[in-house]
Design a binder for this molecule. Structure first.
Ligand SMILES: [Zn+2]
Length: 373
């Protein structure tokens, strides 16, 4: 007769259905620490960055210690309310006089009740990261067949992270940028970045063969064989022609530029002195130098790379994009689907959120102005 053995191996030899309960009990013996290690190791969510995984590990250690010290539960036994309360406690102040809900948390206690950088409490974006870590953990539960299908975080809503609009030059600022003489390249860039609000890389990639002065178009190569056509506004066509004349003069005294221009493959619109294509980072710097000269968005420089006499500017290629979108929507009152198309957004919501939130005055004017004809 076969005798029962407490050894784990004998469990697997027997009919699985009979021993399912026992089997789950065995898995219960995995500690939260082990579960964190296992979840990070297997990475069912396919998180790519190691830095993100490290952060998730820290978040989950906090979550585990909170559950244990405040409620005496663990990952297996946590309920929705525990997740909710954990998320709430993150938003509460720490520091010398911590909020009640922080006091009992062992993790917070051993660290002297830290706050987020902008305290009191951790910021919405940091709390969002915490929730992502908890969902990452319970995805591991769902993905592993020997762990129970638990997800007490399923109904937990992600904290709303307020969108901070990046620096956006006004139409007055844009006028200054366009009128500032600067250098030939700086002057061209100001026109180009504003009148063809594309992405930074596309300016770096542009060759003269992509520009059709007859049709007044710029063909922008995208991924694969796809391309987009930007129509050239008359001020941009003029700026490109003037710049072209200057570049041809330069080519007469600079052999590298002359050689680059001789071959359509290497005839970039923005060539360096060595006849190479100008990298995107340099385009950002040139945009800043030009803006400093124009006196737009100027601030003291902290870095060493992009300074002109210790000054830099908040103007960037993207700032021109935002300016174009904001002026188009709020001053020219162009429909948002048109603006979205110009910016090549796949979704109109992106246009609205990131570039040009509809001004409330426009909404009021729309209500007041409604007439039936
Ligand atoms: Zn805590």
């Amino acid at each position: 007769m076969k005798t029962a053995s407490p050894a784990q191996s004998s469990l697997f030899d027997s009919a699985p259905a009979l021993f399912l309960d026992r089997f789950e009990e065995l898995r219960m013996e995995l500690s939260d620490q082990q579960l964190i290690a296992e979840a990070i190791e297997t990475n069912h969510a396919g998180v790519r960055k190691d830095r993100t995984l490290d952060r998730y590990r820290d978040h989950l250690v906090h979550y585990s210690q909170y559950l244990g010290s405040v409620f005496g539960v663990g990952f297996y036994t946590a309920r929705r309310k525990h997740v909710r309360m954990f998320m709430n406690h993150l938003a509460k102040p720490g520091g010398p006089k911590p909020h009640e809900s922080r006091l009992q948390c062992a993790w917070c206690k051993t660290r002297g009740y830290p706050d987020g950088r902008s305290g009191p409490g951790w910021s919405p974006s940091y709390r969002k990261s915490y929730l992502a870590a908890i969902k990452f953990l319970y995805l591991h539960f769902l993905a592993e067949e020997d762990l129970p299908d638990l997800n007490p975080a399923a109904l937990e809503q992600s904290p709303k992270v307020p969108i901070k609009l990046g620096y956006t030059p006004s139409s007055e600022d844009v006028k200054k940028l366009l009128e500032c003489p600067g250098t030939p390249k700086g002057r061209l860039l100001a026109h180009w970045l504003f009148y063809a609000p594309s992405r930074r890389q596309t300016f770096s990639d542009a060759r003269w063969r992509d520009i059709d002065f007859e049709q007044a178009t710029w063909r922008v190569m995208g991924k694969g064989d796809k391309f987009d056509i930007f129509d050239l506004a008359p001020p941009l066509s003029r700026a490109l022609r003037l710049y072209r004349q200057w570049q041809l003069l330069e080519a007469q005294r600079n052999e590298a530029i002359r050689d680059a221009l001789a071959d359509p493959e290497t005839a970039y619109v923005l060539l360096t002195r060595n006849g190479r294509k100008t990298p995107p980072q340099t385009i950002s710097k040139m945009a800043k130098w030009h803006a400093v000269k124009a006196g737009v968005g100027v601030r003291k420089s902290e870095g060493t790379n992009d300074t002109v006499g210790g000054l830099t500017s908040r103007v960037s290629p993207h700032a021109y994009r935002r300016a174009w979108a904001t002026i188009a929507l709020n001053e020219k009152e162009l429909p948002i689907d048109v603006v979205s198309e110009v910016l090549k957004h796949s979704d109109i919501a992106t246009t609205r959120r990131h570039y040009a939130p509809t001004k409330s005055e426009r909404a009021r004017a729309a209500l007041v102005g409604m007439r039936l004809t």
